[in-house]
Ligand binder design. Structure first.
Ligand SMILES: Nc1ncnc2c1ncn2[C@@H]1O[C@H](COP(=O)(O)OP(=O)(O)OP(=O)(O)O)[C@@H](O)[C@H]1O
Ligand SMILES: [Mg+2]
Length: 178
């Protein structure tokens, strides 16, 4: 269909999705959602938020971007970027039509529902699509990974190998930290 209205969301031939988050660190739950997204969309932009609320991140945004790029080096549909400010502005800049979010449990729903409706109010043409991970990843969150790791628990199988390696090399779990 030929669109003659001046849509604020660029409509190219490509179906572009944006998957925003902190990804501190990237987990196998995130990887699952990104992989599912890549099967549906022509391009999925993993958009790492410069989060002002999180005062002491585990990894810098550059480190997070680097690991995500390594994990998806074989998948040309996956693009890794970072952004600050409003997601809808960044989505528009990138020509994305869809926001992808993961839903793990009912507990995610309320916040996600609010965000989706607010984003729709800001840019009605930008749809939010929710995706479910494989059952075995439904309990994984970055926060839980950080906590388990800090207490010396095993995180193998919950995060990509490169993430585990870098977590161990930056902060050995058995070292006391302030
Ligand atoms: N295991 C998972 N399965 C499916 N979706 C997930 C999973 N973990 C995170 N997500 C989704 O990924 C998106 C980005 O989330 P985010 O970066 O906040 O990860 P997080 O694991 O929730 O991190 P944190 O614990 O620091 O909040 C959100 O839509 C979130 O619901
Ligand atoms: Mg979260």
């Amino acid at each position: 269909m030929n669109q003659t209205t001046t849509s604020p969301v660029a409509r190219g031939p490509e179906r572009v999705a944006i998957y925003p988050g902190s990804f501190d660190p990237l987990t196998n739950g995130h990887v699952d959602i990104i992989t599912r997204g890549a099967a549906i969309f022509d391009r999925i932009i993993v958009a790492i938020l410069h989060n002002r609320e999180k005062s002491s991140p585990l990894f810098t945004v550059d480190e997070r971007m680097d690991m995500a790029r390594i994990v998806f080096a074989h998948e040309p549909k996956v693009v890794v970027a970072s952004f600050g400010g409003l997601l809808v502005d960044f989505a528009r800049q990138q020509g994305a039509h869809v926001i992808v979010r993961g839903l793990r449990a009912i507990s995610d729903f309320e916040y996600e529902f609010q965000m989706a409706l607010m984003n729709r109010r800001l840019v009605p043409e930008l749809e939010t699509v929710f995706m479910m991970p494989a059952e075995s990843y439904t309990y994984i969150s970055s926060r839980l990974i950080r906590e388990v790791f800090a207490l010396g628990g095993p995180i193998a199988g919950l995060v990509p190998e490169i993430v585990e390696t870098r977590m161990r090399s930056t902060r050995p779990p058995d070292e006391p930290r302030s």
